[in-house]
Design a protein around this ligand. Sequence first.
Ligand SMILES: Cc1cc2nc3c(=O)[nH]c(=O)nc-3n(C[C@H](O)[C@H](O)[C@H](O)COP(=O)(O)OP(=O)(O)OC[C@H]3O[C@@H](n4cnc5c(N)ncnc54)[C@H](O)[C@@H]3O)c2cc1C
Ligand SMILES: *[C@@H]1O[C@H](CO)[C@@H](O)[C@H](O)[C@H]1NC(C)=O
Ligand SMILES: *[C@@H]1O[C@H](CO)[C@@H](O)[C@H](O)[C@H]1NC(C)=O
Ligand SMILES: *[C@@H]1O[C@H](CO)[C@@H](O)[C@H](O)[C@H]1NC(C)=O
Length: 502
Amino acid sequence: MAPMWKLVAYVVLITGLFSLTESQEDTEELPRIGIIGAGVGGTTTAYYLRQLFGKDAVIDIFEQERVGGRARSIDIDGFEYEAGAAVIHPLNTYMVNFTNMFGLQRNEASDERIGFFGSDGMKVETSTWTAVTMAKLVWRYGYDIVKIQNWVQDSLLKNFTRIYKVQNDGIAFTTVEDMLQAMDPEFVRYTHTTIMDLMKEQGFSDIFIQEMVHAIMRNNYGQSVAMPAFVGAVSMAGAQPGLWSVKGGNKLVPEKLLKKSNANLINAKVTQVLLQKDGEGVSYEVSYKNPDPENKNQEENSREYDIVVIATPLPTGQTDIKFEDFSQPLPFPDFKMHETISLFVQGYLNASFFGYENRKDAPGGIFTVDEDVFFNSVEKQRPVTFKEHLKKQDVEEEVYKVFLNRVPTEPEVRLLFSGRKDLRLINWKAYPQYSTNMELPPFVLYDRLYNVNAVEIAASALEMSAIGGRNVALLAYNHWYGHLDKIDEVSEGETTAAKQEL
Ligand SMILES: Cc1cc2nc3c(=O)[nH]c(=O)nc-3n(C[C@H](O)[C@H](O)[C@H](O)COP(=O)(O)OP(=O)(O)OC[C@H]3O[C@@H](n4cnc5c(N)ncnc54)[C@H](O)[C@@H]3O)c2cc1C
Ligand SMILES: *[C@@H]1O[C@H](CO)[C@@H](O)[C@H](O)[C@H]1NC(C)=O
Ligand SMILES: *[C@@H]1O[C@H](CO)[C@@H](O)[C@H](O)[C@H]1NC(C)=O
Ligand SMILES: *[C@@H]1O[C@H](CO)[C@@H](O)[C@H](O)[C@H]1NC(C)=O
């Protein structure tokens, strides 16, 4: 743990002791809580805070744009398509449980053929015949193609899923590092070594890493095999069999969580978090205004809270939320967001660009293996409500989603598509720009001020935000009532070390 965060953790521990005596005096006192951001992270936090504090706690949630955040769909020709987070892993327990709990249905991932494309053409593609596919893949990548599934499943996912038991036991972590440590001590190292180096260490071949793994990193995070191994492993899991999405759109999960939490949604942009009262019984003033710059009513309002939760990324120097009157710099992670362009094209793939005579011969998913190719992937899309789509007979043009790291030029679009009816573009501040030098940040920014999105520095995914959200709900609750035994499971040795450093 970085020394400064140890200090923060320790200060929180001390103030936690104060609230212990406080809560013994007045067990009836409930906090007023403000959450900033209604994506999966913020709405999961709201859901668990409601469970923990009960129906009478005040929970407000601020959202400047749309509930769901990066879980969002886009309408093309009367059908909705996933525009942000699209796939969910079968072992993503929170996403699975929420989907079941709300009676939502699943769409299984499409079984389209896929191909790996480089600047010198198609490297390898799958067949509709499983045996042929296996033969082709084994021919190119050897036994790695089999080994990869076991490696992701047994070495990574098995230990990752330990977090669910820990959270069900009510245990919370002060830092992302402590959380990863509890899953598997190796995971902390995985954030400081590249996925390329880890896989080499595990005996995977160069060609497999440079082609298949690289293409998966480019598709899922717009980045390369130089990404840290932890997020790289999450990305590999996002290429396993059994992936699914929520019928009607993944954004239905945060929408239902919000409703179930009975939190008060405030459609506004938060501009400032002011530390109002410090020390014992800290409180915050949160200022907000109408999110529409055209709106004439630009006066600022404010509300007071005992607990504030940040549930949106705060990239260095790029956030417009001001944090005022703190006596020390807050331990925000230092990072930039990676820009990913989701380009939707309703039209016809230019088969000859990919080396095919007929359009129907081209695979439905094309993933690119080298940096020289100007796009990361092109994938044929299915609407979030597949059944209705089948009824519609007159859809001729397919809808494709292209991921790129920059806005394409018109000639580039015309290389990929020989004709089109519609084109839409979403410019995402998508996920962190990852590096192995990043320090794992704390969830605690200050006494009773929390950062759900600290978890994204380890890996950005719907399930990660849900885990981060539940962790922050548990932290806030354990701090409020002084349940220090349920924080960090700090061993005797570590506590002494922290004291000595002070
Ligand atoms: C193109 C793309 C593809 C992806 N694919 C996948 C995938 O297949 N599977 C997967 O699991 N994950 C995927 N992800 C990652 C996933 O979308 C995110 O990790 C997850 O949605 C983050 O949720 P969140 O709640 O932490 O943040 P967000 O969803 O970003 O929510 C933050 C919310 O805060 C609001 N907000 C921000 N500032 C303020 C303010 N000042 N005042 C009020 N409100 C504010 C925002 O409007 C936003 O709604 C993808 C992401 C992108 C961009
Ligand atoms: C899972 O974590 C435990 C320690 O907590 C470790 O002994 C084990 O090797 C890990 N499993 C794998 C497959 O890495
Ligand atoms: C998910 O749901 C299952 C079945 O209802 C339950 O046993 C499990 O505890 C839930 N997991 C979490 C992490 O809430
Ligand atoms: C399609 O691809 C071919 C081969 O790369 C290219 O010459 C042509 O300009 C592209 N566009 C169209 C509209 O055919």
